[in-house]
Design a protein around this ligand. Sequence first.
Ligand SMILES: C[S@@+](CC[C@H](N)C(=O)[O-])C[C@H]1O[C@@H](n2cnc3c(N)ncnc32)[C@H](O)[C@@H]1O
Length: 286
Amino acid sequence: MTGSSLRRQDSPYLRVRSALAEQAGESLARELPRGYHRIGQAALVRIPERLLPWERVIGESYRKVLGVDLVLRQDRIQKGASRAPGVFVIAGTRPSIDVTDGGIVWRTDPTRLMFSKGNMEERHRMARIAQPGEVVADLFAGIGYFALPLARYCHPRAVVAVEKNPVAFAFLEENIRLNRLENCVSARLGDNRAIDLPRGSFDRVLMGYLPSALPFLDRAAELLHPGGGWVHLHTVVSTRCGDRLVRSITERVQRAGRGLQAMRIRRVKSYGPSRDHVVADLLLVG
Ligand SMILES: C[S@@+](CC[C@H](N)C(=O)[O-])C[C@H]1O[C@@H](n2cnc3c(N)ncnc32)[C@H](O)[C@@H]1O
C-alpha cells in the first residue's frame, strides 16, 4: 500500500505503516507491530530492532494520526524497587501527561514512572473498598494510584501515602492538589519501614508493590489497630503453585503475632508466562 491509496477510515496502524513504507520501503514497513497503547495523551509503541533507525518517522506518524502529545517507545521494564518503565520519547516534547479515569486525574512522567493499564480494575475497586471514617495507610503510594480513588470516593477520615522515590513523590504531592484532596491525604517521603508512622492506628493498609509486598507484611501488621483491620497485599505468583502464597501469608501473619480471620485472593493481571499479579485481601485480628 502507498500513501496515496490511504483512506481516512484506515486504522492508525495502517496509516503509520504507509507513512513508514514511503520512507523505509514496504518490506521494512511490514515489520511494524500492529499494537499500540494509549495512556492519557500519550501512545506507547514497541519497535523491533530493525526499525529503530526509523523510530522518529514512526513516532511522528503516530503523533499525527492519533492526535496525541507524546509517542513513547516501550522497552522492557527495568528490575528494582522503582520499576523504571524503560520508555523513551520518540515524538513530542511534553514532560508529563495527565491520565484521567473514574473522575481522578494522575499527572505523571511515563518515561520515569510506571502507569499500569492492567491495574485499572484494582484502582476502581479501591474507590469502593473502605468504610467512611477509616484511617488508611498506603505504604507504596507511587503517584497516588490507589490512595487517590480511595480518598475521593470512600470518605475516609485520613489517608497517609508513603513513597520513597522522590520523582514519584513530587507527582504524588501534585496529584493530591490537582484532585483537591489536601484535607484528606498526607504524603510522606521515605522508606515505609523507616518512616515514623503511628503504630496501632490504621483500619486498612494498602501494599501495591511488585514483585511482592509479602516481606513488608510485618510492618502492615504493626500499623493496624490492636483489634485488627484489612491489608491489601500485591504479589506475583506462579500459576502452577497457587497454595504456596496462602502458606507464606499464614506463617507471616502468625509470626507478626496476629490472627487471620479472612483471606481472599484476586487475580489482577497476567505477569508473563505462568505468572499472575494477584492481590490478597487479608483481615488481620488481635
Ligand atoms: C510501582 S508503584 C505502585 C504501582 C501501583 N500500585 C499501580 O497501580 O501501578 C510502587 C511504588 O512503591 C515505591 N516503593 C518501593 N519500595 C518502597 C518502600 N520500601 N517504601 C516506600 N515506597 C516504596 C516505589 O518507589 C514505587 O513508586
